[in-house]
Design a protein around this ligand. Structure first.
Ligand SMILES: *[C@@H]1O[C@H](CO)[C@@H](O)[C@H](O)[C@H]1NC(C)=O
Ligand SMILES: *[C@@H]1O[C@H](CO)[C@@H](O)[C@H](O)[C@H]1NC(C)=O
Length: 313
């Protein structure tokens, strides 16, 4: 029976300790490391020299005044109502601070307890972004050395986005009109820092397939066009050359044919030449001589009669 009571007592005690430990985790005041001074806001109206004032930190007495005499700490750190000024705060300044005021007859007049937590100032975050053409969005990342316990917020064109408290932010490219400015900010209980303003420049939201097409098709079309023009030029040059060659070949042949005709006509009428003056036949154009011979179906009897006739005219 006694054993049972003892174990029950231990269990209850353990529960109490756990409860007090949980309470100790919560902080009443947060202070940044390196802070010059912090006033612990305890006040007792009517505090007199007859009262005993005692301040403790983690159960260590840091200030004691009895009958106007200060035995621990400095009197300039205590204000009239009993508040204490902490100076040059460090991580070791954290902990439980308690103030006790005792009546002249030794009874407790007032007690006050607060737990102070010390924190480092947050460093300035670095805002980076990546364009994601697949989801047509821009992904922003607010980089800090140790993100644990920090609160993130996002400012889009000077306005804070409500409900965006994560370290990353995704915004669709359709929402990016013109020069949208982004700023991220990180905060802990004691400090807040903003990043530099960033204006993401992503290629517009139009279908990415079209964009992919153009780069290759433009090259293909250009190459095709150039080769087509070259082919046409080659064809034109070849045609011109052929045409010129045909012309140069036909001219001598015509002349040869004419001369052959002339020789034939000469051989047909040998008397004609002898009777005619040489100058006359040579001055006449070639085709005329052919005509004259074509018009004369029987050149044999006429040559003798014509020369005198023409000579007379
Ligand atoms: C007081 O206790 C806290 C933990 O509760 C500790 O962080 C701090 O360093 C302690 N300070 C001193 C001076 O013992
Ligand atoms: C102690 O002093 C206070 C005020 O001075 C008074 O209210 C209280 O009753 C006293 N207690 C005793 C036990 O005398």
């Amino acid at each position: 029976m006694a054993c049972f009571a003892a174990t029950l007592g231990v269990i209850i005690l353990a529960g109490f300790l756990n409860l007090s430990a949980a309470n100790q985790d919560t902080c009443d005041l947060y202070a940044v490391v390196g802070l010059q001074s912090l006033l612990l806001p305890f006040t007792y109206d009517g505090l007199a020299n007859s009262h005993v004032l005692r301040w403790t930190h983690n159960s260590t007495i840091i200030f004691y005044r009895e009958k106007g005499r200060v035995s621990v700490g400095k009197s300039e750190d205590i204000f009239i109502a009993g508040s204490l000024l902490l100076k040059n705060l460090q991580f070791s300044s954290a902990g439980t601070y308690r103030a006790n005021v005792l009546n002249p007859n030794g009874t407790l007049a007032k007690t006050w307890t607060q737990r102070i937590c010390m924190m480092d100032k947050v460093s300035k975050p670095q805002l980076t972004y990546m364009c994601d053409p697949k989801s047509s969005a821009v992904n922003l990342y607010c980089h800090v050395a140790s993100p644990q316990g920090l609160v993130f917020s996002w400012i889009l064109d000077e306005k804070t986005l409500t409900g965006e408290t994560r370290q990353t932010l995704s915004i669709s490219l359709a929402k990016l009109k013109g020069e949208t400015s982004f700023t991220c900010s990180v905060a802990n209980k004691v400090s807040k820092e903003k990043s530099d303003t960033v204006r993401p420049t992503c290629k517009g939201p139009p279908p990415p397939t079209l964009f992919c097409f153009t780069s290759t098709t433009v090259v293909a079309v250009l190459a095709g066009g150039v080769s087509l023009i070259l082919l046409l030029l080659i064809i034109i040059i070849v045609l011109c050359c052929c045409h010129r060659r045909i012309k140069t070949q036909t001219r001598p042949r015509e002349l040869r044919m004419l001369s052959v005709n002339k020789r034939e006509s000469d051989s047909i009428s040998p008397e004609y030449e002898t009777t005619h003056p040489n100058e006359y036949t040579e001055n006449r154009p070639a085709h005329l001589s052919i005509d004259s011979e074509v018009k004369q179906p029987s050149p044999v009897p006429k040559p003798r009669t014509i020369p005198p006739h023409t000579a007379n005219i």
